[in-house]
Design a protein around this ligand. Structure first.
Ligand SMILES: Nc1nc2c(c(=O)[nH]1)N[C@H]1C(S)=C(S)[C@@H](COP(=O)(O)OP(=O)(O)OC[C@H]3O[C@@H](n4cnc5c(N)ncnc54)[C@H](O)[C@@H]3O)O[C@H]1N2
Ligand code: MOO
Length: 465
């Protein structure tokens, strides 16, 4: 994309407003800006190959291999890192965890009631047996021994006195409420109490030393709860994929700044950061870079050194304009620029820069998120185990009778829509700038290359967002 002017530096820290910088430093014309992209294109690809579209599945496979390679390098470097439980949500266990203690750690009562020796209730002549009421077991204290001929009031979770092997719920006792302890109180309990009734034996959930969770487990609420119950304060988790995220474009301004003529707010940094974090990545650094190939290359080299990412992800500057910054800086330097038979998200870049995996998504916000969902998320999901892949459903298309969704032949079109449990309703048109429609969608509608027209009620595959 030709924009004509370039900032003096393309380093734009978060929260920094290019407009205020412009007013301080002014705008400088950059000689490299006027090197036409055609020169690079002619050097690195012919006009003929430029028109060949790569199949979606093939590009997805390339992205998978790229991410797998990046991940393997990362794991070889950092197989695991300890994190406190509070920071471990959605992380993946790096090694097997054995139970350091038994759960429960001691035999305890499953009910509010009386702890007894079942033997003392066996063979009674009548339906009930009378017991002296001993002092209750205080919570969080050792229970001591069961006095002979006594029943001990125990509340749920209280330690069972030594010698007790059963609990009678308070509802089965006469009287059926607890009174404050006083010597001389008695209670009638049923005869022939089953040994072990309403007792949670020590280790009945998991005994000390037994395998608690295997390596590779995704830590969610239940798994974190188990680790906390076992007294584990810190867990070894696999590293996250470190991503360097770069949005490109002279026109792109961080949210919060004023907009000058021709400028737009940077949607992609926020959107892709959120998508990456959601998919188990760490966005180690992000910033906006201007449309100046030499400065882009310089900034990228600096960031690779400073951030040491596993993956570089850019948005914008990769299609067919005269001044596509990413293409100008990286074509012929280990990155290929291809056209995938997908809409939106046709232009794609993929390769290695200075030995680091590189992906370039198109700048249109919907194109960049669709690229993420169609290529990067499935790869991350396959390689990192988190998050689980998107739910895929086959549902009827809901459009007004007599209307249809149209899709270009030979192109896999991804439309945005809503799924309400019955069918999929398209939201907005196919154009890739419709970020408002994207925000009101909860599904991606997949129209494969052979589908050029889908009528109301026709079957459509959707991916739930
Ligand atoms: N002659 C052709 N022109 C275009 C083609 C083509 O095949 N032939 N492809 C179109 C398609 S499809 C797409 S997608 C875009 C992709 O272009 P780039 O990846 O080079 O992206 P830019 O030109 O830099 O930007 C495109 C568009 O997106 C806006 N943008 C960029 N970054 C952001 C951001 N961070 N937040 C919000 N919006 C952003 C930018 O202002 C442009 O409007 O190329 C088509 N052209
Ligand atoms: O592929 Mo572009 O992403 O259609 O707008």
């Amino acid at each position: 994309m030709y924009r004509g002017y370039v900032r003096q530096s393309n380093i734009a820290p978060p929260g920094y407003c290019p407009r205020s910088r412009r007013s301080r430093l002014g705008w400088l014309r950059s000689p490299d800006r006027h090197q036409p992209a055609n020169a690079a294109r002619n050097r690195h690809q012919t006009g003929r190959s430029h028109r060949v579209r790569r199949a979606l599945a093939e590009h997805r496979q390339h992205v998978l291999e790229l991410v797998r390679g990046a991940w393997q390098r990362r794991l070889a470097d950092t197989p695991g890192e300890p994190v406190p439980l509070a920071a471990a949500l959605h992380r993946v266990l790096a090694r097997d965890i054995a139970a350091p203690v038994s759960l429960p750690p001691f035999a305890n009562s499953q009910m509010d009631g009386y702890a007894v020796s079942s033997a003392a209730t066996a063979g009674a002549p009548g339906p009930t047996v009378a017991f002296d009421v001993a002092p209750p077991v205080p919570a969080g204290r050792a229970a001591g021994e069961l006095p002979v001929g006594c029943a001990v009031p125990v509340m749920t979770g209280a330690m069972l006195p030594e010698g007790a092997d059963a609990v009678v719920p308070i509802e089965q006792a006469v009287p059926d409420t607890f009174a404050p302890f006083a010597p001389g109180h008695t209670v009638e309990l049923p005869a022939n109490v089953r040994p072990g009734q309403f007792v949670r034996p020590a280790g009945s959930d998991i005994p000390a030393g037994a395998p608690a969770l295997p390596a590779g487990t995704v830590l969610k609420a239940g798994q974190l709860g188990l680790l906390a119950a076992l007294g584990v304060a810190e867990v070894p988790v696999r590293p996250r994929l470190r991503v360097l995220l770069l949005s490109t474009g002279d026109e792109v301004v961080p949210p919060g700044c004023g907009l000058g003529p021709g400028q737009i707010y940077d949607a992609n940094t926020t959107m892709l950061s959120a998508a990456l974090a959601d998919a188990g990545c760490e966005v180690a650094s992000s910033r906006i870079l201007a449309d100046a190939p030499d400065l882009f290359a310089q900034a990228l080299a600096g960031d690779l050194e400073r951030v040491a990412p596993d993956l570089v992800l850019t948005s914008g500057g990769i299609s067919k304009g005269a001044f596509e910054v990413v293409k100008l800086a990286l074509a012929g330097h280990g990155v290929e620029f291809v056209s995938v038979a997908m809409q939106p998200g046709g232009p794609q870049a993929l390769g290695q820069v200075h030995g680091t995996a590189f992906l370039g998504f198109p700048g249109n916000p919907v194109s960049s998120l669709v690229s993420f969902e169609m290529f990067l998320r499935p790869a991350l999901s396959a390689v990192l185990s988190v998050p689980s892949p998107r739910t895929v459903l086959q549902v009827p298309l809901q459009v007004p009778p007599g209307t249809a969704l149209e899709s270009p032949p030979g192109i896999h079109q991804v439309r945005r829509g809503r799924y309400d449990g019955a069918g999929a309703v398209p939201v907005g048109g196919p154009a890739s700038h419709l970020v408002h429609a994207l925000a009101h969608s909860n599904a991606l509608l997949q129209l494969p290359p052979e589908v050029t027209r889908l009528e109301a009620g026709g079957n459509v595959e959707i991916w739930l967002l």
